[in-house]
Design a protein around this ligand. Structure first.
Ligand SMILES: [Zn+2]
Length: 142
């Protein structure tokens, strides 16, 4: 990435250790690979900006298209009860979207995944097929 538009102290300005499913000049889509939240992906702006409204409208639109493509792919591959989309940035103020498949029987439903658990883990769900996920995303965004 361009050092002029990244901040050394910002973890999302680095890509170290990320499982990147797709990337272009504007953003990257990464698999979070947290067994507690199968299918959890993030769409991360490559350059450092704190808010969606810091971006030109074209970049906002491209970012939201990517979020929707990931949502759509996860729905097809995993049939979750719901998809949660979240852009918080309170801890890391660098534009990124969480795309999180949720099930009515998951540990936190209907609360956000960052809330306290409501029940013990039940059904163990697997990550979506990585090749199929990459294919779905790439076919819509490449
Ligand atoms: Zn950053």
């Amino acid at each position: 990435m361009d050092a002029a538009v990244t901040q050394p102290a910002c973890p999302l300005c680095q890509t170290n250790g990320e499982d990147i499913l797709f990337s272009n000049d504007l953003y990257r889509i990464v698999a979070v690979n947290d067994p507690a939240w199968p299918g959890f992906c993030r769409v991360i702006l490559n350059r450092h900006a704190a808010e969606m409204t810091d971006l030109p409208i074209e970049d906002r639109s491209a970012l939201m298209k990517a979020v929707c493509v990931v949502e759509s792919a996860l729905r097809r591959l995993m049939q979750p009860t719901k998809i949660n989309l979240a852009s918080l940035g309170n801890v890391v103020p660098h534009v990124h979207w969480h795309v999180i498949p949720r099930w009515a029987d998951d540990t936190h439903f209907p609360d956000p995944i960052w809330a306290a658990a409501k029940r013990p883990a039940g059904v163990v769900r697997q990550e979506p097929d990585r090749a199929a996920l990459v294919q779905e995303i790439t076919s819509c965004l490449a």
